[in-house]
Design a protein around this ligand. Sequence first.
Ligand code: ARG
Length: 450
Amino acid sequence: MSRLWDRGEPLEATIARFTVGRDPELDLRLVAYDALASLAHAMMLVDIGILDREELPGLRRELSTVIDEAKVGAFPIDLADEDGHTALENRLTERLGDSGRRIHTGRSRNDQVIAALRLFGRDAVLDVIEELLATTELLHSLGETHREVSIPGYTHTRQAMPSTLGFLFAAYAEGLLDGVPWLVTAFEHLNRSPLGSASGYGVALPLDRQRVADLLGFSRVQENTLAVQNDRGRTEMLTLGALLAPSLDLTRLATDLIWMSTDEFGFVSLADQVTTGSSIMPQKRNPDVLELIRASGARLRARHAEAANLYASLPAGYHRDLQLTKEPFLEGLRETRDLLRVVRPVLETLVVHPDRGRRAMTPSIGATDEVYRRVAQGEPFRTAYKAVAQDPATAVTGDPAEAWRDRQHLGAPGAKAGSGVRRRLDAAREWVEGRRAAIETVWEALLATS
Ligand code: ARG
C-alpha cells in the first residue's frame, strides 16, 4: 500500500520509520473508532451530495468488517501505510473503488485522528470509572468488615492515635470516589465532535458538522475549527490529569499495604497467590504487584508531564509533535484501568492479624484520648493536655487499643459508614451505565443496515 500524499518521490527509509514511530501499533487500538467516525462522515457526505446513497451499504459493510478485524487485532497497518487512517482509506479504495477515493472529502487526518482518539477516550474513561467503582466498593466493604480491628493511627510515620484497619480502607474508598468528578469532566471534554475541522481551517463545502456529531453521540460540536486542533494534546493532558487522582490513591494504598505486611508490622499479610518468589531466597514472598502499582503511578505522572511538555511550546494548529501525545494517552488509560483492577485480588485475599495491630500500640498512643476524658469532666483542654504531658504513658487509663470507641462523631475511626459513600457510588454507577447505554445505542443505529 502507499502513503496518501505520495507523489512518487522516494522517502528515505530511516525518515519513514522515524516519522511513523509507533503509529501502526497504537492506531490498531483506534481503527474501530476511526471506522465508526468514517461511517458517520460518509452518511453526512451523502446528505450534502458528495456520495451517492447507493454507496453507503458497501461502505457500511466494509467498515463493519474493519471494526471486526480491528477488535481482534487483525487489521493490518504497514509501515508503508504510515498510519491507521491511511490503511483504512487504502482498504476502502481497494474494496470499493471510488467510494474509498471519496471518503476523505471534507476531512483531514488531523480531525480524523482527534475523532478516533475522543471516541476511544470516552470508552476508556468509562472503563476506568467502572474499575474505580468496583475497587471502591471492595474497599468500602473491607471498611465495614474490619471496622473494629484496632491498629495504630500514624502521623509522620509515628504513632498518633488509636485507629482501625477498616477506617483506613474506608478512607481510601472515599478518596477514590472523590476522583470520579475529575473523570466525568475528562469524559465531557472528550465528548465533543472535532469532525469538519479538517486540517484546522474547515473546507469549502457545506459540511453538516452537527449531523456528524449527532450520529456519533457527541454532546456537541467543538465549533472553532482551529480550537479543535489546539485542543489536541491538551485533551490528553486533561484526561491524564484526571487519572492522576485514582492512581495517586492506589500508590499510597499500595505503600501502606507493603509496610503493614512486613515481618515487623504484620498487621496484614498477603496471600501466596498474589505474591511472587525469589530465585535465590527460598523463603521470600514479595509484594511485586503492589510495587508495580506504585511504579505505574510514577509512570502515569511522567506520561501526564510528557503530554504537557509536547503541547507547551507549539504555535496554533496541527504539528506532527502531537502524534507523540497518542502514546501517553492510550497507555496511561490502559495502565490506570489495570492498576485499579489488579489491586482487587490483593485486597480480596488479604489476611488480617488483629492481634498484631493491637500489640503494636504503645501505651502513650491513648494520651490524647486521656486528655479528652478530662475535658469531658470539665477541665480546660490545655490544662488537661499539660497534665497528661507530664508522663503520657502512665497517664493513660483503660485500654488504648479501644480508645477509638470514644470518638463518636461522623467519619471518626470505628464509626459506621454514613450513607454518603453508598449514595455516591450508586449515582456514579448509574451515570456510567447511562453513558454506556447511550454509546451502545448510537453504534447500533450507525451500523444498522437499513
Ligand atoms: N499520525 C498522525 C498523528 O497522529 C496523523 C495525522 C497526520 N497529519 C499530518 N498532517 N501529517 O498526528
